[in-house]
Design a protein around this ligand. Structure first.
Ligand SMILES: [Zn+2]
Length: 82
């Protein structure tokens, strides 16, 4: 099991941070999991989340997730067509 993303937290991260692009009918065009996880203790502390989109035109979504420590990166392919 992955470690919690919060620096110096010794707990396992059971809760995965994800991002999602939804259509008006709420179905997803993409909704990849990230490599970022939070433990139950840190899951409901509250966060400010900065979202910065960088167009890459590769039909992939790369997520870079950090809570001030190591950056957790994952790239997934977009398999849906709008
Ligand atoms: Zn934690």
């Amino acid at each position: 099991m992955p470690r919690c993303l919060i620096p110096n937290c010794p707990n396992n991260g059971q809760n995965n941070i994800t991002v999602r692009l939804r259509r008006e009918d709420t179905s997803a065009i993409w909704a990849p999991n990230s490599e970022g996880y939070l433990c139950d203790t840190h899951a409901d502390e509250g966060y400010t989340i900065d979202v910065i989109l960088t167009p890459v035109a590769t039909r992939t979504i790369t997520t870079n997730v950090s809570a001030g420590g190591q950056i957790a990166t994952r790239t997934t392919n977009i398999i849906h067509h709008p």
